[in-house]
Design a binder for this molecule. Structure first.
Ligand code: KG4
Ligand code: ZN
Length: 363
């Protein structure tokens, strides 16, 4: 069964075709260069750009894969959380296709799709603990099955990716800063005393990254020499000063260790078969190493998507949409977009009598 996936929740327009767990093809247009000038995503520009790109990407995907429109069995689309105007572009395009091809529509929770993304590369076993770290979210889940996610903890303010990007902005490092901080950090050992490890003095599984972000702003204010003079010179051959590398490494370590400790806490409380690390920030070298060490200590299998599958992509939407559809879940054409900060309703239409249709999942 062939499923088309559409992703437009933030600054990547992406379309993909899967046949079960086999990726037939994917095309992604990243708007990063456009937004980097502004130091972050400009929502209205992002939705306009999705509108420009989504149809041509779809046409090119059909051409590249040799799949004909009438071979597509179902359309899956990211329905939230994300930027409302951006989501509406993908959802409208998906609805148009479903209408014209007379095929079903599946709205996909973008966060759950991130956590299921590694399922394209390896088999997932449940129950699992999912740690989702992206630009907009940092959350821990108990995943009993691909259709049963229980939120254990989430950030009370900024997401880890936001903390990376905003710290980078204060250093005049281009957007998205997380990638650059990761790269610069590789040139120095972390100073464990430079930044506090955020929000550990409690017993919960929530996160908070606004404090460490502010600590960086103050550190830069007191050390103005750290600020990059020419952010355009940060190409692959760029080598940061030792001071800048140490700041990046220390900041990265504090975030990584805070994530590790909260994940360890979750593992103490829930017996699971594996840990799934996902989201754009899961591409971070120090975070991958730190969580790998924890998994080894706990003798628990760690699932991490490849770097390409960490960032926003339509393959994960298509894969998870396919899983949902084969389980009997789909939506009607009045599927709604859910912006950031709102609960995603579990509002699937299903023919299965034992599955509730209007149960709200906590986000
Ligand atoms: O999941 P994602 O692609 O988009 C959202 O749904 O938010 O995540 C984007 C975030 C950005 O904040 C970016 O700076 C961060 O992921 N990111 C990284 C790395 N690669 C991307 N952060 C730290 N280290 C990286 N290597
Ligand atoms: Zn994402």
């Amino acid at each position: 069964m062939i499923c088309l996936g559409i992703e437009s929740s933030c600054d990547e327009t992406s379309v993909a075709l899967v046949d079960g767990t086999v990726l037939l093809g994917q095309l992604t247009f990243s708007q990063v260069d456009m937004h980097s000038v502004f130091g972050g995503v400009v929502p209205e520009m992002a939705s306009r750009e999705h509108l420009n790109k989504v149809a041509p990407l779809y046409q090119n995907l059909l051409r590249d894969t040799g799949i004909r429109q009438n071979q597509i069995n179902v359309v899956a689309v990211a329905r939230g959380p994300g930027l409302l105007g951006c989501l509406l572009v993908g959802i409208s395009f998906a609805k148009g296709l479903c209408l014209s091809l007379n095929i079903p529509l599946v709205g996909v929770n973008h966060l759950h799709a991130h956590l299921m993304a590694p399922g394209m590369e390896q088999e997932l076993n449940f129950p699992a603990i999912g740690l989702l770290v992206s630009g907009g979210h940092t959350s821990l889940y108990l995943i009993n099955s691909p259709f049963d996610f229980k939120l254990l903890g989430k950030t009370l303010d900024d997401a880890a990716g936001e903390a990376f990007d905003k710290a980078a902005k204060s250093l005049n490092i281009p957007y998205p800063g997380g990638i650059f901080i990761d790269r610069f950090a590789s040139f120095a050992q972390p100073d464990h005393k430079m930044f506090p490890r955020p929000y550990l003095d409690n017993t919960n599984l929530d996160f908070s990254f606004s404090g460490i972000k502010t600590a960086m702003v103050y550190h830069v204010r007191d050390n103005p020499g750290l600020v990059l003079q020419n952010p355009t010179e940060t190409g692959p051959d760029f080598k940061p000063s030792e001071e800048l590398a140490t700041v990046c490494s220390s900041y990265n370590w504090s975030i990584a260790d805070s994530l590790r400790i909260k994940l360890k806490r979750a593992l103490d409380r829930h017996e699971v078969k594996e840990v799934i690390l996902a989201g754009g920030v899961a591409a971070n070298t120090m975070i991958r190493e730190s969580i790998s060490r924890l998994a080894m200590e706990r003798k628990i299998r760690l699932i991490m998507p490849s770097i390409a599958m960490c960032t926003d992509n339509a393959a994960m939407i298509a894969l998870y949409g396919h899983m949902l559809y084969t389980k009997g879940y789909h939506h009607s054409l009045n599927l709604e977009a859910v912006p950031r900060g709102r609960k995603i309703p579990w509002d699937y239409i299903t023919l299965m009598r034992d599955v509730p249709t209007t149960q709200f999942k906590q986000e």
